[in-house]
Design a protein around this ligand. Structure first.
Ligand SMILES: *[C@@H]1O[C@H](CO)[C@@H](O)[C@H](O)[C@H]1NC(C)=O
Length: 383
């Protein structure tokens, strides 16, 4: 409990009492009856040598009173100077207020210990790409912007991929159905086809990296306050038209288009967006997001092992896209990463071993591990 420290100085025969300014002892009193409650509260303050602070809005019967120099001075007459630093002044005032006939109750305001909540997501401690407790500095340094309140709130990121399992409990609350579409099945629901022989969890992993919720499930997304939309287009025949439609779908709802794919990374393919895709991207970056422009984020590719180079990837080197490369947990370039001049930034991705992988979310009840990226705390890509 806060103690009241009072110093007494004897100067030219008068008593000077210094109440350190940080000592601020207050009560809230309830004065329940009568039409002139406030007058009663003011009278009470005067009687007890307290400062009347004012009513506690919007409650008609609560009033705030405060210990002042006057309180202590008036009591020094009773108790003598030698007892001025006695915290029993507070106790005496409290007893008087509590026992007063006009007062239903008096509550002394004591400092309460309140801690900011850490994430309770059970896998958060293992999300080293967000906050690395082992290798300090080897992370995306995102916790500072979270503390500033920047967590993606108000932003929708469209994951242009093989679908998004938006019913996943770690994604459901951050799902934006309005920005979502399924170009493979031509409907509004971008849920992936999980019955396929091949894996269709890529888009869901991307969505988890971006905006898995802050809850008691798995981990958090880098922008856990953002919304994700799913634009399903990779699970079928991909054409220029399909890419173009995806890049401009709901361009005011979706602010960022996250595309973690590209032409083959075999070191032999030189390919880029076709006519419609290019037109769509250009229109989106000029007119989308109510004229502020959409942001296209592309992964640089995984063809490092084939000596592929993202300069030969027309999506990565487009002036309309932001291309992100990979670094591993040692801040080194992993064997699969590609080099190119189009790469604007790098971020953490898989290391060399399973243990270095990143926790991104839950897919069909299993914890999944994938690689991650972040641009200014907002968006993400996956390779
Ligand atoms: C980490 O982010 C904070 C702002 O949140 C910034 O002041 C600091 O310089 C950053 N550290 C590094 C190593 O970039």
């Amino acid at each position: 409990m806060a103690r009241l420290f009072v110093e007494a100085l004897l100067i030219l025969g008068s008593v000077e009492i210094c109440l350190p300014s940080q000592q601020d002892v207050r009560w809230v009193v309830k004065v329940p009856a009568g039409r002139s409650r406030e007058a009663a509260a003011i009278r009470l303050a005067e009687e007890r040598g307290l400062e009347y602070v004012g009513p506690v809005e919007p409650f008609p019967d609560l009033f705030e009173l405060r210990l002042s120099r006057k309180t202590v001075e008036s009591r020094s007459v009773d108790h003598g100077i030698g007892q001025l630093d006695d915290p029993s002044v507070e106790d005496a005032v409290h007893a008087e207020l509590s026992g007063h006939p006009a007062v239903e109750w008096a509550s002394k305001q004591v400092p309460l210990k309140r801690m900011k909540r850490e994430f309770i997501d059970p896998a958060f401690p293992r999300q080293w790409h967000l906050v690395n407790r082992l290798e300090k500095g080897h992370d995306t340094n995102v916790s500072g912007v979270w503390k500033e309140g920047v967590n993606g709130a108000g932003v929708t990121v469209a994951v242009v991929d093989d679908g998004v399992e938006w019913r996943n409990p770690d994604l459901r609350n951050n799902y934006n159905a309005d920005g979502s579409h399924d170009y493979n099945d031509n409907d509004k629901d971008p849920s992936p086809n999980l019955k396929a022989k091949y894996d269709n969890s890529h888009g869901t992993k991307c969505a988890g990296l971006i905006a898995a919720g802050a809850n008691d499930i798995c981990g958090v997304g880098v922008a856990y306050g953002a919304k994700v939309a799913g634009i399903r287009m990779l699970d079928g025949m991909v054409t220029d038209l399909l890419e173009g439609k995806s890049f401009i779908f709901k361009a005011h709802v979706n602010w960022i288009y996250s595309c973690s794919w590209g032409p083959e990374d075999d070191g032999k393919t030189v390919e880029g967006p076709g006519y419609v895709a290019k037109e769509a991207m250009e229109l989106a970056i000029k007119k989308g997001r109510y004229g502020y422009g959409n942001v296209f984020v592309f992964a640089s590719g995984n063809g490092g092992i084939n000596d592929d180079n993202c300069n030969f990837d027309g999506y990565a080197n487009s002036i309309f896209t932001i291309t992100i490369g990979a670094v591993d947990e040692l801040n080194s370039m992993p064997y699969y990463a590609e080099l190119c001049s189009a790469m604007l930034a790098v971020t953490y991705s898989n290391g060399h071993t399973q243990g270095d992988r990143m926790v991104v979310g839950v897919v069909r009840g299993l914890t999944v591990y994938v690689q991650v990226g972040v641009v200014r705390g907002l968006t993400v890509y996956v390779q």
